[in-house]
Design a binder for this molecule. Structure first.
Ligand SMILES: [Zn+2]
Length: 336
């Protein structure tokens, strides 16, 4: 019996006992034992690449989690300071964290000294588990206070479970290790030769996103505030908040944007702004003209800013309908 078959038979057994025999406590105890015993397989190595003088990344080619990619969907970034490496977003599982640690140990003879999680979506923090195991439980894990609360609360368990489902249990064995140290807008972390400046713009992709400016490199790690050829999860976000954040980001003097999804480059904000303007403005116009959602959606799909990006945007077909609805609702709320 392989791991997956074992897990399925265990899950079936668990369901059976839940229905017929055991009280909930023993079901939970049983589930915990299975969890300790069964662990998803290791993930293949993905190469480390240099982005700027002090910033390196492990690029994720896929935009969404699948059984095949084992949850490898989010870029993992490293700031190389004289004191050690600072990780920005740790990936979607303990296995991905372990893979990243293998890569940095090949390239650097220095420890990881801190992690920053840009927001509470699990592909950005579930890898914390591996770093705490490798570098000790006192490793500082930074995030916005709202992100810390969210991961300690519902979002933590929710994301771990979702990631297991999306990857057909490949991420099994990953523990929720929430960030612990609060960072607010304007905070600066100094690591010997480098300064990391934190930016928070209110609700953008979530209510608590942090962008991390590597001051000396004029580079901004934007998390999911901007993406490259991928449509963002906007369930907790704001189109207007995003567009306002871009205006402020552009005044920082940074020239290179490193997103959580897609390629880094000078054009990332521009690419994402055009897409979001193309989704939001037709919805805004439809609200002004008293037109229904269906008409707004047709206008969005015709908008050249959207139409020109549809083909090479990951997740476009499956998500555009939902994201037009969200834009329409936001425009409706903003109209009052
Ligand atoms: Zn996200």
């Amino acid at each position: 019996m392989n791991r997956r078959q074992f897990l399925h038979s265990s899950a079936a057994f668990g369901a059976l006992t839940a229905a017929e025999f055991a009280p909930w406590q023993s079901i939970n105890a049983f589930a915990r034992e299975v969890e300790d015993f069964v662990r998803g397989p290791a993930i293949k190595d993905h190469p480390l690449r240099q982005v700027s003088k002090h910033v390196w990344m492990i690029f994720s080619p896929d935009g969404f989690p699948t059984p095949e990619n084992q949850g490898m969907m989010c870029n993992i970034s490293f700031v190389d300071t004289a004191r050690g490496l600072v990780v920005v977003d740790s990936g979607a599982s303990v296995q991905i964290g372990e893979m990243a640690i293998r890569q940095i140990r090949k390239a650097f003879n220095k420890p990881v000294i801190a992690i920053i999680n840009t927001h509470y979506h699990g592909d950005h923090w579930l890898g914390n588990h591996a770093y705490v195991e490798a570098y000790g439980k006192d490793l500082p894990l930074y995030a916005h206070p709202g992100t810390i609360k969210a991961v300690q609360g519902v979002q933590g368990k929710l994301w771990r479970t979702l990631m297991e489902q999306w990857t057909n249990q490949a991420t099994l064995g990953t523990r929720v290790v929430p960030p612990t140290q609060s960072l607010e807008h304007g905070a600066e972390l100094k690591f010997a030769d480098l300064t990391l400046r934190l930016h928070h713009f209110g609700t953008v992709h979530t209510p608590f996103d942090l962008c991390v400016e590597v001051v000396e490199d004029k580079l901004m790690l934007v998390g999911d505030v901007a993406m490259d050829r991928r449509i963002a999860n906007m369930d907790d976000g704001s189109y207007l908040g995003t567009l306002q954040a871009y205006e402020t980001l552009e005044k920082t003097g940074c020239s290179l944007w490193l997103p959580g999804h897609g390629e880094p480059g000078a054009q990332v904000l521009h690419w994402n702004r055009e897409l979001f303007e193309g989704i939001y403005r037709p919805c805004e116009q439809a609200i002004k003209d008293g037109l229904p959602l269906d008409t707004a959606k047709a206008q969005v799909l015709k908008d050249p800013r959207v139409a020109s990006r549809a083909k090479d945007t990951k997740g476009f077909e499956s998500n555009i309908g939902k994201y037009v609805s969200l834009a329409y609702l936001e425009a409706e709320a903003a109209g009052f």
